[in-house]
Design a protein around this ligand. Sequence first.
Ligand code: ZN
Length: 242
Amino acid sequence: MRVPPLRHVPAAMTTAASTVWRGLLRLLAPPCCLGCGAPADDGPVCRSCLRRLERADADDLAARLAALPGPASPFEDAFALWVFDQGGTLRRIQHTLKYGNRPAYGRRLGALIGQAHRASARPRPDLVTPVPLHRVRLYERGYNQSALLAEGLAETLGTPCHPEALRRIRATRSQTTLSRRRRWENVFGAFEVAVPEAVTGRRVLLVDDVLTTGATATAAALALREAGAAAVDLAALALARG
Ligand SMILES: [Zn+2]
């Protein structure tokens, strides 16, 4: 019998422990709809709350991206699924996705983006990749919520997903209190392509969770274009109400 190298044991144990822990959490606190609180096994929202979520407007998103300072928008096509309001259901979904240790929600939401993307006959990408977190933040959170969205979306589209094609080379300060211009200055040049051969000559679909000014996604897309991506499109879970 082949014995696995010792260095693999801790990772396996960590995974098993986290699976057990998540199972316990589900028993103690079964998933509730983040919209109405009713039981929602599939989470994060029940079917009726899902139907009530407001869809984002493509023109609003295009105008938001065009209003950024700096170069023209690097996106050929841009899509956001829902509208994000402070205090609304999407806010609770985003918070649970980022901090609530529910990675399955990320893949499920990604699949919903994928279904809407497919239904709208948008250009089909060669590759799906998320806006990356800086490694320090990734370590703190345990996962990148946008990478989970990207996995669910890619699976629905039947497209390869490369979760680490991009790299965040600079930790950026929190954007929440910054103006549009300061947000842009904060993230410009914060990304580089880690795997150029995955990107060069390809049509890449970049995935983000919630777009506010679009500065972060735009900075990431510029890095993809610089590395030779044939085109870069954008898909996001939500667009913050302007
Ligand atoms: Zn509900």
